[in-house]
Design a protein around this ligand. Sequence first.
Ligand SMILES: [Zn+2]
Length: 86
Amino acid sequence: MTREAVRATAGKVLRSEDLVGDEKQAAAAILQANPHFGNPHVVRCGWCHQTKTLFRDEDEKPFKHIPHGWLCETCDLRASSQEVKF
Ligand SMILES: [Zn+2]
C-alpha cells in the first residue's frame, strides 16, 4: 500500500504532473521510514517500449529483476532503468 503511494507519486514526478500538496514530501517520508525499499526505478524496454515503475526487488511482467537492473523477458533484452529520487 505504501509502496503503491510512492509509485504513484514517482509516476507523476516523471510526467511532470502537478503534485497535490505535500505528495512529494509524503513519498520521501515513506522511503525514509522504510530504507529497505530503496528508490523506485522507471524500467523501460527500448524494444517493445513497455514501461513500469518498480522497486529494486520487484519483478513484474515482462520485467524480471537481474543483478543491477531488469530484463524484458518478452524481448530477452536488458531494460533501461532510471532511479526516481524525491
Ligand atoms: Zn521488451
